[in-house]
Ligand binder design. Sequence first.
Ligand SMILES: *[C@@H]1O[C@H](CO)[C@@H](O)[C@H](O)[C@H]1NC(C)=O
Ligand SMILES: *[C@@H]1O[C@H](CO)[C@@H](O)[C@H](O)[C@H]1NC(C)=O
Ligand SMILES: *[C@@H]1O[C@H](CO)[C@@H](O)[C@H](O)[C@H]1NC(C)=O
Ligand SMILES: *[C@@H]1O[C@H](CO)[C@@H](O)[C@H](O)[C@H]1NC(C)=O
Length: 512
Amino acid sequence: MERRNTTQEYPHPFVYELKLTTAQRIRGVVLGIVLFPIRVTLAALLFFIMGLIARLRLAGLSSEERLKPARGWRRWFPQHAVRLLSRGVFLALGFLRVKIKGRQAGVAEAPVLAVAPHSGFLDMLVLPCTNLATVVSRSENTSLPVIGALLEFNQAVLVSRKDPESRKKCVSQITERLTSNGYWPQMLMFPEGTTTNGRALIKFKPGAFLAGVPVQPVLLHYPNKLDTVRWTWKGTSWLQCLWHTTSQFYINTTIEFLPVYTPSLEEKENPNLYADNVQKLMAKALGIPSTNYVMEGRFPVKHVGGLSLPLESPAKETLKLLHHASLSTSEVHTVLSRMIDSCQTDQEKIISVNQLQQWLELSDKETAAKICSLFSKDDTVDLRLICLSVSAVSGLCSVEELLATAFRLYDSDGDGILTAVELAGLMGALVGRPQFNTSQIYSELTSRGQANKEMLLSLLTEEPTYQELVTEYLQPEGAGHEASSHPTADGKDGNHNGTMQNGNMVANKKED
Ligand SMILES: *[C@@H]1O[C@H](CO)[C@@H](O)[C@H](O)[C@H]1NC(C)=O
Ligand SMILES: *[C@@H]1O[C@H](CO)[C@@H](O)[C@H](O)[C@H]1NC(C)=O
Ligand SMILES: *[C@@H]1O[C@H](CO)[C@@H](O)[C@H](O)[C@H]1NC(C)=O
Ligand SMILES: *[C@@H]1O[C@H](CO)[C@@H](O)[C@H](O)[C@H]1NC(C)=O
């Protein structure tokens, strides 16, 4: 693995790989063998004791009383004990130096702390340093040992992934707590909602900003020679993260409380604007860019004109897997053409992994399953998503021909004009991710005339907003040559194994 300028190294903020020199690796192994078992055992011991004490807060209370903030001894005794113990857990793990800059505002001044950037699970260190502010967590976590006890102790706001009603309930609960004038303790949120490599701030979720109350932005960083604390979507695993962190002599942490941000009238009415402005302010303080990148389901995307464009193109990944499985470019083209033909008939378009394997004439099911997982979260996939998006990047046809095919697959009444729903399906198939917000592009189309093929082609190729969509998703890698010397195409997508050169991927095609 090569070591290079770090800004070139990562295609987007959702990947992080700790790179060590040989000397650092040897030092890590020697220290880790000694320190890891001692530190983890000690931390685990403190953690369990903390879990027992945490239960005291609500023990013996009725379910009704549990819905109110703890008072009296139930508040102060477990609060002090858990704070000391949780600081102890992190001391044991090596977080010896925590530098506090600025001053934490009281709950009356700022009912919520917005902490960024979110680096990994060890960020929980910020809790004992903020007097254990209330967090928001998944309700599934309450069944975890110790963590469940701590969430109960924290009287955390719980939200369930599965239950759509629970989202609404969570929002109203957060609002109630943030506007309770100090009846409820201060809250703490990581508005990015997921962890990153810290090279950019991703889009803030509106949760902390919904109530329109002042927030205190808090920067959390780890100014160390080695950045071991990160644990992101792809790259270093949580165990490696824990190993490398505990095998340092100590870890530096800086918690920087910025001045309380009081929203304007406009920001109060528009939580998204409020969130964006706080994001920009924090990015500026950190000296990194603020982006509109978000994690949508399991996939990182960027928002462009309401569209969700995948940061790692599933079509390009598919091509790579197919070439890896020894399909030549012409074989891929043959398979795609057959898929397209089938999609134009009345045949079932949602297919299983087994059917996909047959379609792609793959000898192993594993590759088919991998391809399926690039497009879908279960083991069925819409064949149109695969054949259109892969055709686009494989050089099977020009953008014009691609749109003609896409219209044949999505314009159900065949009159050449798309409805709003059909356009959403079509755009999703072109980029390989389902689209949920195509109202802007639909109204742009209809304002130019009809939502037909010619209009869509001219919108996509002429409108600057969509030009990167064309070069990155609707053309093969090489075809974007002139475009990829453009700075915006630099390092935005593709794989992240260090083959990126000036934004061009080193081609990995097997041309037979
Ligand atoms: C809850 O569980 C999710 C994964 O299911 C995890 O990402 C998150 O950090 C957990 N939260 C807490 C507070 O432990
Ligand atoms: C911690 O920060 C100090 C400066 O405050 C620096 O000299 C030291 O090298 C840092 N430690 C590590 C492990 O990076
Ligand atoms: C949909 O996209 C438009 C245009 O980018 C944006 O203003 C709007 O907030 C988006 N709506 C949702 C629900 O994401
Ligand atoms: C990195 O990508 C290149 C080109 O896409 C490929 O040939 C190579 O096998 C990949 N290496 C790793 C370690 O994934």
